[in-house]
Design a protein around this ligand. Structure first.
Ligand SMILES: NC(=O)c1ccc[n+]([C@@H]2O[C@H](COP(=O)([O-])OP(=O)(O)OC[C@H]3O[C@@H](n4cnc5c(N)ncnc54)[C@H](O)[C@@H]3O)[C@@H](O)[C@H]2O)c1
Length: 359
């Protein structure tokens, strides 16, 4: 018996989910819901097998539907989580799991007290390269883990383009890296000091670098910004994680197609290159199907609590950046140029389909 699923929110992420559900034999896409008529038109073409609707209540009322994938922006999420819990549906939610810290913790409480399965797409927790590097850390090849260095800079979502309910880029995207450092450290953040910069006369920082310590004493730095050559003729990015121990180190980088892990341990030197794996939605939905089949939560599934913790720390780091001078560099005219440029890009970083007719 296939698992009937309803996808709610058919923008950039909703379309990734559809493709993965269609590939996975465990699932059947029963519904796709979006408020936007154009998105519904695309949905009907991509999924003739699904009922395409604008009222999510039809999905919650349908007893056959076992799983909902919540892929709208965060402002709609808590109400949908409430309805899913009331209807006894399992939940795969995009991050952040809600639009404010209070709403996020309300969502955590709701799912933790309900007899349903839930997961949030903190996709780096499902990445092969991070699983491999965590094994290396635990193998003693590096000695004792001391320093984590994380960087993710792309010419991605520009300020004001959408995702307002997800916060500045250090929250919207950066919370993945805040989560990742915590996942490697296996303990909580102890200190943080953040420096940010507001770009193009925008009110919020669009680049932040934060450094500090974990309770274990491990130190970290995280750099995140969607500021990397937005108007460059040829676009590229810089994304890496380095884990430095008392004896050796390992590091990874990727070009969004291939990921490369390099291990410089005390007995081993290795370079491992494999397909990047994108947002790892295939793994997430497989873990959910496996959990439903066995009736036991697959421990690899990132939890709502993971997402709420990471989101909370990311907000604290942004608040710290606001206290540390926070210069403003660039003009609103440059931002308008960036918006126009991104509307016309055929292949760019983080383009939202509703705003970009080329995707
Ligand atoms: N896990 C990740 O790596 C990752 C990456 C990108 C985005 N995201 C998250 O995924 C979510 C969606 O992002 P996106 O880039 O796809 O945005 P998007 O704007 O492209 O898509 C959102 C869609 O939801 C629809 N929508 C909004 N409110 C709705 C409602 N109440 N009912 C039905 N449809 C509704 C919109 O019409 C739109 O089509 C965001 O929360 C974002 O932070 C996560």
């Amino acid at each position: 018996m296939k698992i009937p699923v309803g996808i709610i929110g058919f923008g950039r992420m909703g379309r990734y989910y559809l493709k993965e559900f269609q590939k996975n034999v465990a699932y059947e896409v029963a519904y796709i819901c979006d408020l936007d008529a154009e998105s519904r038109e695309v949905a009907q073409k991509m999924a003739p097998e699904a009922q395409v609707i604008s009222d999510d209540q039809l999905i919650f009322n349908d007893k056959r539907v076992q799983v909902v994938a919540l892929t709208t922006t965060a402002n709609a999420r808590l109400a949908q989580i409430q309805k899913a819990v009331a209807a006894g549906k399992h939940i795969i939610a995009e991050k952040p799991i809600a639009d404010t810290i209070d709403h996020e913790w309300e969502a955590v409480k709701l799912v933790e007290e309900a007899p349903i399965l839930s997961t949030a797409n903190m996709y780096l927790q499902n990445a092969w390269y991070h699983h491999l590097m965590r094994e290396v850390v635990e193998s003693a090849e590096l000695g004792e883990l001391a320093i984590m260095r994380i960087c993710h800079m792309t010419p991605g979502l520009a300020p004001g383009e959408g995702h307002e309910s997800e916060g500045p880029s250090f929250h919207d995207c950066g919370m993945h890296y805040v989560n990742l450092a915590r996942w490697y450290a296996r303990c909580e953040y102890k200190t943080w000091h953040a420096q940010g910069v507001c770009m193009w006369d925008w009110k919020d920082p669009w680049w932040i670098q934060v450094h500090g310590t974990f309770e274990s004493g491990v130190v970290y730095d995280i750099t995140q910004g969607f500021v990397y050559g937005q108007l460059a003729k040829n676009q590229t990015h810089n994304s890496y994680v380095e884990l430095i121990g008392t004896k050796g180190f390992c590091r990874m980088t990727h070009d969004f197609k291939t990921a490369v892990v390099e291990i410089h341990g005390v007995t081993e030197t290795q370079r491992i290159e494999r397909p990047y794996g994108g947002k790892n939605i295939d793994r997430l939905i497989t873990e959910m199907a496996d959990s439903i089949e066995k009736g036991v939560r697959n421990p690899l599934m990132p939890s709502f609590r993971d997402s709420a913790m990471a989101s909370g720390y990311a907000w604290k780091m942004i608040e710290d950046a606001r206290k540390n001078a926070l210069p403003s560099i660039g003009t609103h005219e440059e931002l308008e140029e960036i918006w126009e440029h991104r509307r016309n890009l055929k292949d760019g970083y983080g383009l939202l389909p509703r705003l970009n007719k080329n995707v």
